[in-house]
Design a protein around this ligand. Structure first.
Ligand SMILES: NC(=O)c1ccc[n+]([C@@H]2O[C@H](COP(=O)([O-])OP(=O)(O)OC[C@H]3O[C@@H](n4cnc5c(N)ncnc54)[C@H](O)[C@@H]3O)[C@@H](O)[C@H]2O)c1
Ligand SMILES: [Zn+2]
Ligand SMILES: [Zn+2]
Length: 362
């Protein structure tokens, strides 16, 4: 079939709306008419970072839409179902069987290589292949090919423009708190970078009743958003953040999350921790981080990463939707919708920090 995609023709180029050919669904695939797709910092980073030979490419990994066709081997998904699309996992390897689907042994080939497992592409233009299958969806498109493992069926009454980001950004921030850190009222959490991921983490931490919440971000509107989630906010251009976090948390935070991927900030996040505290580094973009080795050695601190907040989207997306319905995960206002034709404006506004989570709508 013909469909319109927001394609990136060259490494680092802007998005262009173009018509391409979409092949499928094959027996294990699902054809989804996309209603809305969130833009994640990861789309923007990778369109400038993937090797030149991986273009043209169709990104997008926070799709939400309506199932139009279901392959013969797919179970549990029906035509007409509303779905939130997330990342892929094989569901059969050792990590998947332990519930750690973000660490699937086939994660790279299922999510990042731009191809189906047999080397074919779902999209073609003028007979030539176009890289796609990004997170098993490439949903910056009017139609996407997805899979049973990354389609989460949701209530038809939900506004798909609000739940699209649950597939990655919101799930990652919230999952880091709900799955990895599990703070209690005795604990404190500092979040460096109050964007979509960081604010979702704060929302989840407030839901758990975390004792003290601190957010660090140079952008005033993001600090204000963090305060609405109950955090004390700090401007790193104005205050010595490590000292202030230590004061606010009575000697150091139990937990820290970095979403900036800035090496100096990751180091500050480590230094903000109390003895035996844990830092989760979520940001993508740095080649290397420099940690404070003396502090690490003496303090029993843990520095770790997390893929998608250690979430299984089939569990986390419904959990966050239920929390949101109960008023416990109030992230709807973080979304700003744009028509797909304005996708480059959405990238610019997200980069400037004037919006938190742009969601493209057909
Ligand atoms: N680990 C995962 O599975 C996963 C999943 C989704 C996104 N990500 C990554 O998480 C990161 C955050 O994504 P996002 O969509 O929230 O991006 P974002 O750009 O909305 O948020 C980053 C925030 O960091 C702030 N910041 C920049 N410099 C800072 C500094 N010196 N001190 C404090 N804050 C600073 C920015 O102002 C911004 O608000 C990205 O790197 C993204 O690629 C990782
Ligand atoms: Zn993402
Ligand atoms: Zn697996």
């Amino acid at each position: 079939m013909r469909t319109t995609v927001a394609i990136v023709n060259k490494q680092g180029a802007d998005f262009c709306l173009e018509e391409v050919e979409l092949e499928g669904p094959r027996a294990d695939e699902v054809l989804v008419r996309i209603v809305a797709t969130g833009l994640c910092h990861t789309d923007i980073h990778l369109k400038g970072f993937l090797p030149a030979e991986m273009f043209p490419n169709v990104f997008g990994h926070e799709g939400a839409g309506v199932v139009e066709e279901v392959g013969a081997d797919v179970t549990g998904i029906a035509v007409g179902d509303h779905v939130v699309l997330s990342f892929r996992s094989c569901r059969t390897c050792a990590n998947c069987l332990r519930g750690l689907v973000g660490y699937c042994e086939s994660s790279l080939v299922l999510n990042y290589l731009g191809l189906r497992l047999d080397g074919s592409t779902t999209y073609r233009r003028d007979g030539s292949p176009v890289f796609g299958s990004f997170f098993g969806q490439s949903s910056l498109s009017q139609h996407a090919i997805a899979y049973a493992d990354n389609c989460v069926v949701v209530d038809k009454a939900l506004d798909l423009t609000r739940v699209a980001p649950y597939g990655c950004g919101f799930q990652t921030g919230a999952g880091t708190v709900l799955n990895v850190l599990e703070p209690t009222s005795e604990d404190s959490l500092v979040v460096y970078g109050a964007g979509a991921v960081g604010l979702a983490a704060l929302a989840a931490a407030r839901h758990l009743g975390t004792g003290t919440l601190v957010a660090v971000d140079p952008i005033a509107s993001r600090r204000e958003a963090a305060e609405r989630f109950g955090a004390v906010s700090l401007d790193p251009t104005e205050v010595p953040v490590v000292d202030r976090v230590r004061e606010l948390t009575g000697g150091g935070a139990s937990y820290a999350i970095d979403t900036t991927a800035v090496s100096d900030v990751v180091r500050q996040a480590q230094q903000s921790l109390r003895t035996c505290g844990t830092l989760v580094a979520l940001g993508l973009g740095a080649e290397e981080y420099s940690l404070d080795a003396i502090d690490l050695l003496q303090s029993g601190k843990t520095v770790r990463s997390s893929v998608e907040g250690d979430s299984d989207p089939q569990l986390m997306v419904p959990r966050l939707i239920a929390m949101n319905a109960a008023g416990e995960f109030p992230v709807d206002d973080l979304v700003t919708t744009y028509p797909f034709a304005a996708i480059n404006d959405a990238v610019r506004d997200a980069g400037a920090g004037t919006v938190v989570k742009p969601v493209l709508v057909w």
